[in-house]
Ligand binder design. Structure first.
Ligand SMILES: Nc1ncnc2c1ncn2[C@@H]1O[C@H](COP(=O)(O)OP(=O)(O)O)[C@@H](O)[C@H]1O
Ligand SMILES: [Mg+2]
Length: 474
């Protein structure tokens, strides 16, 4: 394939040059032939007049011997053929043949023309010499009477050989141009083909699912732009594939987690029911205890399913949360009322702190309620008796900052990064004991992100935890 492109380039170049050479030769040939013929006839003409002048005396005295000797010398000097003919057509002298052996010349075209009073000029085949000649004839006059004709001739093949010399020069130029074009064309084609080959390779790699290859092309032309787009495409594909893989892993992990979380209480429930079946049902005292344990596990199952439903609903909701204007103060009063019992049971102290004038917000009221329920629930659960819980709502420019702080057990540093992940719990057993599912913070984060807000958690083990949320008012 590589060779094919090269030959396409070179073939086109070479063909163009060959055509150019032929066209050039054709037109140059025509022009040159005209030019040389004109030059030759000019030369013949001026020499003919000269020879006529020289032979005037001899012609008028009809001194044939003299004429023959003179034209032999002159023809030799001028490097031409000279023929002298009398008015009747009889050859009086010829520089190349014996005039006595030559036939009557009155029928020759150039002679006819001279006799008719013009300038005799013709290109024709010489019977005497056996090749193409250019003839120029003039008549020699004495006292206004024609006394003879002087004819000068040159072989036309000289013109042909001159033109052939030019042809050869043009042809040589053409060959040099072809050699030059083949060499430069080879390098130019290679500089185009090599990037194309590189790009072909990464395109094939992409097609095979290998997104790691990139091309490095710096030709500063369209090829570089193309290579850039190809690299960008490979980057994007790689990113997308990685994301898909990550999403896939998150999904399978999630399914595994859900199954595991559901299995634990179900195994317990099944175990206690079997024990009851095996006779424990008749032992009133124990039966009651087992049933309350079964009830607790059933509640745990129900909690998990409720939280899962919440999460999937949030995922489906995306942009479809139903926002309204409401006052956070009012909402918090309601939420806290619900925790009154739990807080007083643990002898904890709850403090509410509002900083600012307006705590109105445009948001999904039910979901924001869910946020506070989850956060306050965590604080109550993970703060020992007599601990403190503080809720701070502070008005910022076009945001509201909300903090839920406690003096509880805290979260070890190494868990903070992952604490918002589904089912992530520092201590599974403890969380379960409190009816936790490990989904609460995941739900909270989801809701905050749906509102274009931000959530952060700070915690020190043994010292307490702060969850900081900022939400846009609008
Ligand atoms: N205020 C807090 N103090 C200490 N630990 C907390 C607090 N809030 C959350 N955590 C830790 O983060 C984990 C995840 O919280 P969450 O998603 O609400 O699950 P759950 O409350 O069901 O256990 C909890 O199991 C707990 O380990
Ligand atoms: Mg929770």
């Amino acid at each position: 394939m590589k060779n094919k492109i090269i030959w396409k380039f070179l073939g086109t170049y070479i063909l163009s040059i060959v055509i150019a050479v032929f066209v050039l030769n054709f037109f140059v040939g025509i022009k040159l032939r005209d030019y040389y013929e004109l030059k030759i006839s000019e030369r013949l003409m001026s020499n003919a007049f000269l020879v006529g002048d020289i032979l005037e005396e001899d012609l008028s005295s009809n001194a044939q011997e003299q004429i023959q000797t003179k034209i032999e010398v002159l023809a030799d000097r001028l490097n031409l053929r000279i023929t002298v003919i009398d008015i009747g057509g009889k050859v009086l002298g010829d520089s190349e043949e014996d005039p006595h052996l030559m036939d009557d010349h009155s029928d020759r075209l150039e002679i006819i023309r001279v006799i008719e009073g013009g300038i005799g000029e013709s290109n024709r085949f010489s019977d005497t010499l056996g090749y193409n000649m250019k003839y120029v004839a003039i008549d020699v006059k004495k006292d206004n009477n024609s006394i003879g004709v002087v004819r000068l001739a040159l072989p036309l093949r000289e013109v042909e050989s001159q033109i052939r010399v030019i042809y050869r020069i043009v042809l040589l130029g053409g060959i040099i141009a072809i050699v030059f074009v083949v060499i430069t064309g080879y390098f130019i084609s290679r500089s185009i083909i090599s990037p194309i080959t590189q790009m072909k390779e990464i395109a094939q790699a992409l097609a095979k699912g290998d997104f790691s290859k990139r091309v490095d092309i710096r030709t500063k032309d369209e090829l570089e732009v193309l290579a850039g787009s190809l690299n960008k495409m490979a980057d994007e594909l790689q990113l997308k594939i990685n994301n898909l893989k990550k999403m896939d892993k998150v999904r399978t992990d999630f399914v595994a987690n859900v199954s595991h979380e559901l299995k634990t209480p179900l195994t317990s429930i099944k175990g206690f029911i079997e024990t009851l079946e095996d006779g424990a049902i008749d032992d009133k005292e124990n039966a009651r205890r087992f049933i309350s344990i079964i009830k607790k596990h059933a509640e745990a199952l129900s909690n998990i399913i409720n939280d899962l439903l919440s999460l999937s609903e949030l995922e489906l909701a995306k942009d479809r949360i139903s926002k309204c204007n409401f006052d956070l103060k009012g909402l918090l009063d309601e939420v806290i009322l619900g925790f009154g019992h739990a807080i007083s049971n643990k002898k904890q102290k709850l403090e509410l702190d509002f900083k600012g004038n307006s705590f109105k917000i445009f948001a999904d009221r039910t979901k924001i309620e869910e946020v506070f329920v989850n956060l306050i629930d965590n604080s109550v659960k993970y703060t020992p008796e007599t601990g403190q819980i503080k809720i701070v709502i502070a008005e910022r420019k076009d945001m509201l900052e909300m903090r839920v702080e406690d003096t509880g057990i805290g979260i070890p540093q190494e868990h903070l990064d992952r604490i918002f992940e589904r089912f992530y719990r520092v201590d599974k057993a403890r969380s379960r004991k409190f009816g936790g599912t490990g989904l609460g913070l995941a739900i909270v984060k989801h809701i905050i992100l749906l509102h274009n807000g931000n959530i952060d958690i700070e915690s020190q083990i043994g010292n307490g935890t702060k969850v900081i949320i900022t939400l846009p008012k609008q």
